[in-house]
Design a protein around this ligand. Structure first.
Ligand code: HEC
Length: 163
C-alpha cells in the first residue's frame, strides 16, 4: 500500500516535471529577468567585452555590436552562457534571430544562443542627443542546466553623442 502510494507520487512528480520542462520557458532560452545574480552563483572570473560601440555616437546611426564573455569557468555541457542587455536610450535590435531575442525590454540569448559566450546585435543610437547607458549582465554557465556553478559578470557602458 505504502509503496503504491510512493509510486503514484513519483509518477505525478515526473509528469509535472515533464510538463514543465516541455512547455516551460526554460532559462537557457532567455533570461527570466535582468538580475542573473539573484539566482546564479559560482566561483571564477568573468570579463565582459563589447566591440563596435563608438567613443561618441552619431545620432540615429545603427551600430553592430559584439558581446563576449571571457571566463575561466569551463562548460561541460551544451549550454555555455547567456546574457541580458538594457539600453537607457536608443534601440537594441536583433540582427541574429537564431541566437538572440528581445524580451521585456532587454535583449537576451535564445536556446540556440546559450551554446555560446559571444553574440552580435544592433544598437540604434537615439536621435535626440542624450547620454546613453548600456548595461550588461551575463552568465558563464557550466552547462549543468542549473543556476549553480555559473559565474556572473556585469558591466556598464556609457556613451555620449558627438558634437
Ligand atoms: C529567477 C531565477 C533566475 C534568474 C534571475 C536568472 N536565471 Fe538563469 N537559470 C535559472 C534556473 C533555475 C536555471 C536552470 C533551469 C533552466 O535552464 O531553465 C537557469 C539556467 C540558465 C542557464 C543554463 C545554465 C547551465 O549551466 O546549463 C543560462 C545560460 C542562464 N540561466 C542564463 C541567465 C542569465 C544570463 C540571467 C540574467 C540576465 C539569468 N539566467 C537569470 C534561474 C534564473
Amino acid at each position: 500500500m505504502a509503496i503504491k502510494t510512493i509510486i503514484l507520487f513519483l509518477v505525478i512528480v515526473f509528469s509535472i516535471t515533464a510538463f514543465v520542462v516541455s512547455t516551460g520557458n526554460s532559462h537557457n532560452n532567455s533570461a527570466p529577468n535582468f538580475e542573473c545574480i539573484g539566482c546564479h552563483q559560482g566561483e571564477g572570473s568573468t570579463e565582459i567585452k563589447i566591440d563596435g560601440l563608438p567613443e561618441k555616437y552619431i545620432p540615429g546611426k545603427t551600430y553592430k555590436i559584439t558581446l563576449t564573455i571571457v571566463s575561466d569557468n569551463q562548460s561541460l555541457g551544451d549550454v555555455a552562457g547567456g546574457f541580458a542587455i538594457e539600453a537607457s536610450a536608443g534601440d537594441l535590435m536583433v540582427t541574429d534571430r537564431k541566437n538572440t531575442q528581445l524580451s521585456e525590454g532587454f535583449l537576451t540569448h535564445t536556446q540556440e544562443g546559450s551554446a555560446f559566450r559571444k553574440w552580435t546585435f544592433g544598437w540604434k543610437a537615439p536621435v535626440q542627443k542624450t547620454k546613453a547607458n548600456l548595461t550588461v549582465m551575463a552568465v558563464a554557465a557550466n552547462g549543468d542546466y542549473s543556476p549553480a556553478g555559473d559565474v556572473i559578470g556585469t558591466k556598464g557602458f556609457s556613451i555620449k553623442p558627438e558634437k
